[in-house]
Design a protein around this ligand. Structure first.
Ligand SMILES: [Zn+2]
Length: 328
């Protein structure tokens, strides 16, 4: 049940496409736009199968016939994927494709063109693709995919049906990460810093998020339990781990998430905390820190983030933030 599964994450897109398949009224060209990791390729794959499969039940492809299998393995003779070579997708790539199709004995009169990073098409390439779609003999379907909708040229937008892929909901993102073997506290933390599944998976790569969380917890421990060591920890643990500016911004995000969790414990919203594996520590701090102090801690971290964004020296702004966090 390919479409059924996709429906869980992209219900509107799936509903529109499956309706059109059912009524046999697919458009010639679709433009799938939306952030990375929202399932554009998966939906294009399902659409291609439904387009070719001779044994589909309603709109669901059988996923077992030679059409379906060859689509999955990427060597269906009438399905062509076009990717950028370098910075652009050039008209020559499309012309080459046309030749290739005319030389090869085609299996049917149906053809599918899948264009990834469609914003990279030159105007020539775009026009050439659109021309394909007007060929009177046979049926053609083009699926253009992009994360940069505003860069797509107007002629394409006006001649295709645009389908917008929504960012994954936080809950779905967490479920997908857990499916991929990420533990729940890490998945929850990542879901606070991105909506993008691919990016989220990158954060979990090599246990980065787990390590980052432990650096944050260690720093918070030093601030409240061993204030004398806090600058050593900053030097030895924090600065050496969050080396790049982008990394440190994420570290500060995690620190904010920590203090927000403490606040949530105080106001009886335990079910909303992110650091679910640190409940005891959060409870301890919730007893020690006043709501006012927590508010000013959050402000201190936000200020540090802003200054880092404005290219202040990382070491200095971290030290100043820690002094503020240590104040009584
Ligand atoms: Zn099939």
């Amino acid at each position: 049940m390919i479409w059924e599964e996709l429906k869980a994450t992209q219900s509107i897109v799936v509903k529109m496409l499956t309706n059109s398949i059912k009524k046999n009224r697919l458009s010639h060209a679709y433009l799938f736009e939306g952030p990375r990791g929202t399932g554009k390729k998966e939906v294009a794959n399902a659409l291609t199968k439904s387009f070719f499969c001779q044994q589909k039940q309603g709109f669901e492809p059988c996923d077992n016939c030679s059409d379906c299998k060859r689509i999955d393995s990427g060597n269906h003779p009438d399905v062509h994927t076009i990717k950028s070579e370098g910075q652009t997708i050039k008209v020559d790539q499309i012309r080459h494709l046309k030749k290739e199709f005319s030389f090869r004995g085609m299996e049917s009169t149906k053809k599918v063109y899948l264009v990834e990073d469609a914003e990279k098409m030159t105007i020539g390439a775009a026009n050439s693709i659109l021309k394909f779609l007007e060929e009177p003999d046979g049926e053609a379907l083009a699926v253009l995919m992009t994360t940069q909708y505003q860069q797509i040229i107007k002629t394409i937008v006006s001649r295709s049906q645009v389908l917008s892929f929504a960012p994954l909901s936080q809950q779905i993102l967490v479920e997908k990460l857990i499916d991929k073997g990420i533990n729940k506290p890490d998945a929850l933390a990542v879901s606070q810093i991105t909506f993008d599944l691919e990016e989220a998976i990158q954060f979990c790569h090599d246990n980065w998020i787990a390590q980052a969380r432990s650096k944050v917890i260690q720093l918070v421990d030093e601030i409240h339990l061993r204030p004398k060591f806090v600058f050593i920890t900053l030097q030895d643990q924090w600065m050496s781990f969050f080396k790049e500016k982008e990394d440190m911004l994420l570290g500060l995000d995690l620190l904010m998430i920590w203090y927000r969790d403490v606040l949530r414990i105080q106001v009886d919203q335990k079910e909303q905390i992110v650091n679910i594996d640190q409940e005891n520590k959060l409870e301890e701090q919730a007893l020690k820190l006043s709501q006012r102090k927590l508010g000013s801690n959050l402000q201190a971290v936000m200020d540090a983030k802003r200054r880092l964004g404005a290219n202040a020296a990382p070491q200095l702004l971290m030290e100043q933030m820690l002094l503020r966090l240590q104040e009584g």
